[in-house]
Design a protein around this ligand. Structure first.
Ligand code: GLP
Length: 260
């Protein structure tokens, strides 16, 4: 069951996402948030910080990241551990121990994935998972060809993803070849998914994800199997929908009790 909301820009999307996330987490005795990286969640994190940084209930929050590069040295500024520290953990007033990432060190990788799955399960499961989408339709780092039931594991990055992400590094050669990522099955276990897509370069991928066939060739299409997905799309990313007019009409005419 997806609700697809077309908004003017990523700032509006960030406010709506933050509101939905905080509403979902704030009354939980042990709230668990799923974090994404990349540029897409930035406006959501800013809005969350503006609305909730330092609040008392955050002391009980646990968070799990979707993915991490494998093989970057500890403290590398583009490791997802560092990105999340800069963009979310510190601005929100959390302590690093509250946020877990799949470990990207080269030692113990074979057991790390299973331990990460166990840690998510022990937390009681993720209440709300933030997701971006790659231009090739990946979520987390689940590249095309990922099994729809996959769990956390080491993957090889697609060449197109390495090229897309090269903008964060000084050259393409510096972009790692491997990553560790929650699987599509892991993502499906989260109780609420919030999928964000901004910019014309995401239009094909997000249209295929929500309207195309569910297929390992377009990993984000797995969200169609989830009972509660909110898809927030800006105007440039919304141009390839077959049913864009319907999404606008449905959102404008939603029932009072229907909310993100
Ligand atoms: C990255 C991340 C994804 C992210 C996607 C889009 O490779 N692993 O979690 O959603 O690619 O990135 P961006 O938000 O920068 O467009």
């Amino acid at each position: 069951m997806a609700e697809i909301v077309i908004v003017p820009d990523d700032q509006v999307a960030g406010e709506l996402a933050a509101e939905a996330i905080l509403r979902r987490l704030i009354d939980q005795p042990e709230p668990v948030l799923g974090l994404a990286t990349g540029s897409t969640p930035t406006s959501t994190y800013h809005a969350m910080v503006r609305r909730a940084a330092g609040q008392d209930w955050l002391k009980n929050l646990k968070a799990f990241a979707l993915d991490e590069y494998v093989g970057l040295p500890d403290g590398h500024p583009e490791s997802y551990a560092e990105v999340l520290r800069r963009e979310f953990i510190e601005p929100m007033g959390l302590v690093p121990e509250q946020v877990m990432l799949p470990p990207g060190g080269l030692d113990g990788l074979s057991t790390a994935a299973a331990q990460y799955e166990a840690a998510i399960a022990d937390s009681g499961g993720i209440d709300v998972q933030i997701l971006g989408i790659g231009t090739d339709g990946h979520i987390g780092f689940n590249e095309p060809g990922s099994s729809l039931g996959s769990r956390t594991r080491v993957k090889t990055l697609a060449e197109s993803t390495r090229r897309d992400n090269a903008r964060f590094f000084s050259s393409l050669d510096e972009v790692p070849v491997h990553c560790i990522t929650q699987g599509l099955g892991t993502v499906l276990d989260s109780r609420h998914l919030i999928l964000l897509a901004f910019g014309a370069h995401k239009a094909d991928a997000i249209a295929a994800a929500v309207e195309g066939p569910v297929s390992a060739s377009l990993p984000a299409s797995v969200v169609q199997l989830h009972p509660h997905v909110t898809v927030l799309v800006d105007e440039p990313a919304a141009t390839k929908f077959n049913h864009g007019d319907y999404y606008r009409f449905a959102y404008a005419n939603k029932f009072e009790w229907q909310h993100l």
